[in-house]
Design a protein around this ligand. Structure first.
Ligand code: URA
Length: 212
């Protein structure tokens, strides 16, 4: 059985409708995006392994558990950057690996313009931060790159996902889990998610231009 993608929660519903609202300011957009990333991370990190540890409180020594795995955050540039800080707040020792990719329209092949992902000592778990999982093309290239690095477990964390993108990920990477606040209807002719929220990078970084 395929796992559910949508992480349901009243707080997610609330901040998602703020994010969708075209009147939401860039500052409020970033704030809601950060809060949603935190709420999604709670679900996406549910299976992280922990080990027992001891800790000395002011009263006595007691036991606790700490994270045992190396976690890598891989933001899909540029909008994925909106989700990095909330994840780092939760997992301060996470490694952040940047990959810059665009599609060469003449060959339809992905072109890496920035790739700092190493070739050895892969992380145990990679969280790919892609706020808008639209066609799935870019995210699948990112997953290919992480697989080549040897990452055994990869999760995609998105604010909104389109059925087209989900289908591509499931076809090419059936073992990669996707977590999102919502699965929307479809992509339009420009490959924007409908109803979506527009261009997440432009809205979060206040680079919307009327002349585009
Ligand atoms: N990227 C976005 O920012 N928005 C979409 O709707 C699709 C891709």
């Amino acid at each position: 059985m395929e796992e559910p993608i949508e992480v349901g929660h009243p707080l997610i519903d609330h901040h998602l409708q703020l994010l969708r609202d075209e009147r939401t300011s860039p500052g409020d957009f970033r704030r809601s995006a950060r809060l949603l990333a935190t709420l999604l991370a709670f679900e996406a990190t549910r299976d992280l392994e922990t080990v027992e540890t001891t800790v000395r409180t002011p009263l006595e020594t007691t036991s606790g558990r700490r994270l045992a795995q190396r976690v890598g955050l891989v933001p899909v540039l540029r909008a994925g950057l909106l989700m990095v800080d909330p994840l780092l707040d939760l997992i301060p020792d996470a490694e952040v690996w940047h990959l810059g990719i665009f599609r060469d329209e003449s060959t339809a092949q992905p072109v890496y313009y920035y790739d700092k992902v190493p070739t050895d000592r892969p992380v145990d778990v990679a969280l790919v931060l892609d706020p808008m999982l639209a066609t799935g093309g870019t995210v699948c290239v990112v997953v290919d790159r992480l697989r080549a690095w040897g990452v055994p477990r990869i999760e995609i964390v998105s604010l909104i996902a389109a059925p087209e993108g989900i289908a591509m990920v499931r076809r090419r990477h059936p073992d990669v889990r996707i977590r999102a606040c919502a699965v929307d209807r479809h992509l339009d002719h420009r490959k924007y998610i409908v109803p979506g929220l527009g261009d997440a990078g432009d809205r979060g970084f206040n680079t919307q231009r009327d002349d585009r």
